[in-house]
Design a protein around this ligand. Structure first.
Ligand SMILES: [Mn+2]
Length: 345
């Protein structure tokens, strides 16, 4: 619960002492990002893992779902990064579960929703999303003004007094670049750039990371983009762009959902487009609706109204229909006129 003018639990500027105590004392730690981790989730988990690993304890990075192949340069050859399913043994195998880039276990494993806290090890969480859904975390470190979870992990590593090794530098810089469009988006805050500057001075190589994040495409991904971009439609006098990705398109191009990463940003390249709604199959018989907007149009509220969440300029929700076209019709029918886009939301 937060009150206007009082301490806001969603904008903690420094890691809580209790979080540092858990991280220091636990012996068998599992670190996980949200399901289908992106560059921030994976980079943050990896950086924290590398900072915590030592001879006297076991630290694992787990993931659920898939992650973009473009992150292979970070994860390759690291046998402590493994897929981890939700199972009854989790609580026995680990004495601490650290969630990064999400606050609740059901963001990692949907089946963990409504499970008793005993089904998991003690949980702590580090995140930059304004997510107020219930979680079982003993302590959270949240700042929704942070550009990336990596910004918070940077401060945790600093507070722990751990060394910023070349691998940690690479993981953190990748995470920051991944969540800020390589420092081109509005969330590239002064703090984010200050950390980026330090990481570069420690040997971080932006050009090298950018090469991995932005290039190295498979031909199936290129075909998937071609197909999906051809579904762009304009509404509301060209201010709203919609786009669709169906199972058939995945099958015909021989691509997988992970390869759709980044697609949602493209319609915003169009002159006059203030908001994008991207309807894509989610692999579980529903449609994921990803929203993007220019400052002045708040898509977080729209996502929340549909049971989702996110940031003002990037949010998402789930629609129960297995057909993206149906989810699109539903939104178009309900959506009123977009507010005027301006300089700030
Ligand atoms: Mn993030």
């Amino acid at each position: 619960m937060t009150h206007p003018g009082s301490h806001d639990s969603q904008t903690q500027s420094h890691p809580p002492e209790r979080l540092l105590a858990y991280l220091t004392e636990a012996k068998r730690i599992l670190i996980m990002g949200h399901q289908n981790p992106d560059g921030d989730a994976m980079g943050s988990a990896l950086a924290l893992c590398l900072a915590l690993r030592s001879e006297r304890r076991e630290v694992t990075v787990g993931y659920s779902g898939t992650f973009p192949t473009s992150l292979g340069f970070l994860t390759e050859g690291k046998d402590f990064i493994v897929p981890v399913a939700f199972c009854p043994e989790l609580a026995q195998r680990h004495d601490l579960l650290v969630l990064v880039d999400c606050l609740a276990a059901f963001r990692v494993w949907p089946e963990a929703e409504n499970q008793p806290p005993e089904s998991l090890p003690p949980v702590v969480a580090i995140d930059h999303h304004a997510d107020r859904s219930p979680n079982h975390a003993l302590v959270t470190y949240v700042n929704h003004r942070a550009s990336a979870t990596a910004e918070l992990v940077f401060k945790v590593i600093e507070a722990l007094g751990a060394e910023f090794t070349p691998q940690i530098v690479e993981a953190l810089l990748t995470a920051l670049m991944s969540d800020t469009g390589s420092f081109s988006q509005g969330n590239s805050t002064a703090e984010c750039l200050r950390q980026a500057s330090l990481l570069v001075s420690m040997g971080g190589d932006i050009e090298h990371i950018n090469d991995y994040l932005k290039r190295n495409w498979s031909i199936t991904r290129m075909r998937l983009f071609t197909e999906t971009l051809s579904t762009i439609d304009l509404h509301q006098g060209g201010r709203l762009a919609t786009m669709i990705l169906t199972q058939k398109m995945l099958d015909q191009t021989g691509s997988c959902l992970a390869e759709a990463e980044g697609l949602v940003e493209y319609p915003l390249l169009l002159t006059g487009v203030d908001m994008v709604a991207f309807f894509k199959v989610n692999g579980h018989g529903q449609t994921r609706v990803s929203l993007r907007s220019r400052p002045g149009v708040d898509v977080r509220e729209l996502a929340r109204a549909h049971g989702g969440g996110g940031h003002k300029q990037a949010a998402a929700y789930q629609d129960d229909s297995p057909h993206p076209e149906v989810a699109m019709e539903k939104l178009l029918t309900k959506l009123g006129a977009l507010p005027r886009a301006g300089k700030s939301a």
